[in-house]
Design a protein around this ligand. Structure first.
Ligand code: IMP
Length: 429
């Protein structure tokens, strides 16, 4: 039938997990299309909290095929750990249910080592990456020296290419970073096992997607990170190294725009960012802490991959409108509205001023964005507990006005709102 694109509309960590899980129930294939295990989705199923980094939503829906698309960089070591954990909770991710595109790239130990070494060398100017090797893996892909997932099908070719990867890395680690070399013998044995384990999962995901579409099935394309971390349209260089936007769905899964019928952007009711880079509405006071939470709950604003405290601030509608444009959003899902309960008044950024002049929109250049001063619209807050609301009319008037402000500023309808961490606390508007 069609592809539904589901992606982050801010700087990642928008709470995509629950809506992804809800939509996955109606899909035949759920495919991750970008990034690697830098992503972290927290899903709660009953009283169980599960974190996924590579596997898309749908792991617990037995009729869903989970696919890792060509645009991804896949760390087989992390994948093994994650599959084991999800299977221990009853997911059954066997080779018929978990597919790895032959054209996806492998994220190997050298990439992780070089990410860490590169970030340390940058010191104060570091990007603040997740140190999962994402940048170096995409660098190798673009330089055409990377290893594709398909290489694990042939034991000897893979062993040779893996050895060359370790040798190349060791030259760089010692020459450029004065770091110890990787232990090639131990790694070769470990990766030979991982390759043998995952070879049965190799597939042509693009062909599977097209076959599903021809049969009238729905394919959910699940994004990682967020629009403002996109390599081209985000706050470069403080971005990730993949295409996080709708464009990434098309190139990774090999589908044309005519197949994408819904583009759903997930946005938190406030903003957060982890790592360095401009963040116009960032707060540095008690309100920042209030929005972040203490870390006692899994949904507090601490990185789900790195546990770093996230930077927090007011909702930025200028940035959200930019995300709506570059993705062609057809709808917005607003998450964590309940976190704003009790805050009076609420602030929403509706304009930027750059060197005394009001900007027409979101600047493409990070240096300009870093100098932008946000202007806020003040809105009244609400004090009632909204966790039990299951429809828009069940929300206090001020909460409805907040949602209305998002719709009218961005020109994109809000389709769902979440009012708590439980799977049941997300409702259709
Ligand atoms: P990398 O993707 O690890 O190279 O990190 C590049 C930037 O993207 C850093 O600012 C990270 O904090 C950020 N980033 C990467 N993955 C995520 C994510 O899943 N959520 C939020 N930020 C992320």
């Amino acid at each position: 039938m069609s592809v539904i694109a589901l992606l982050g509309a801010q700087w990642g960590d928008e709470g995509k997990g629950h809506i992804a899980d809800k939509l996955a129930a109606q899909a035949f294939i759920v495919a991750r299309y970008n990034g690697g295990d830098n992503a972290g989705h927290t899903i709660t199923v009953g009283d169980m909290v599960v974190r996924t980094h590579l596997i898309p939503a749908g792991a617990f829906h037995s009729r869903v095929t989970c696919a890792l698309g060509a645009g991804m960089v896949i760390n087989l070591r992390s994948l093994a750990r994650e599959v084991d954990e999800l299977n221990s909770h009853g997911a059954d991710l066997n080779p018929d249910r978990l597919k790895i595109d032959v054209a996806a790239h492998l994220l190997l130990p050298g990439h992780v080592a070089l990410d860490g070494a590169g970030e340390s060398q940058l010191g104060a100017t570091a990007i603040g990456t997740t140190q999962r090797g994402i940048g170096p893996a995409y660098t190798d892909k673009a330089a055409r020296v990377g290893l594709r997932a398909g290489s694990i099908a042939d034991v000897e070719t893979f062993a040779e290419a893996f050895r060359a990867h370790v040798e190349r890395t060791n030259v760089r680690l010692t020459r450029d970073f004065a770091r110890p070399m990787l232990d090639s013998i131990a790694l070769e044995a470990e990766y030979a096992n991982l390759a043998a384990r995952f070879a049965p999962h190799l597939a042509d995901v693009t062909a599977l997607v097209h076959a599903a579409l021809e049969r009238g099935e729905t394919v959910l394309a699940e994004g990682a990170q967020g629009a403002l971390l996109d390599l081209d349209h985000g706050t470069y260089p403080f971005v990730t190294s993949s295409s996080t936007t709708t464009g990434g769905v098309l190139t990774s899964l090999g589908v044309g725009p005519k197949h994408v019928t819904r583009v759903i952007g997930v946005a938190k009711a406030f903003c957060s960012r982890v790592g360095a880079g401009p963040f116009p509405t960032e707060l540095h006071d008690a309100m920042s802490e209030r929005l972040r939470g203490t870390g006692a709950n899994p949904w507090d604003e601490f990185g789900s991959t790195t546990r770093r405290p996230r930077r927090t601030g007011w909702l930025d509608l200028v940035a959200l409108k930019h995300a709506a444009r570059i993705n062609g959003l057809s709808e917005i899902v607003v998450t964590k509205l309940d976190i704003l309960t009790g805050i009076e008044p609420l602030h929403i950024c509706t304009a930027y001023t750059y060197r005394g002049k009001q900007m027409a929109g979101f600047p493409g250049d990070s240096a300009w964005l870093g100098e932008c001063v946000p202007s806020y619209t003040e809105l009244p807050g609400w004090h009632e507990d909204i966790g039990a609301a299951r429809r828009l009319s069940g929300l206090p008037r001020a909460a409805r006005a907040y949602i209305e402000q998002i719709q009218s500023f961005t020109g994109v309808p809000v389709s769902h709102v979440s009012v708590g961490p439980e799977r049941s606390q997300i409702f259709e508007v």
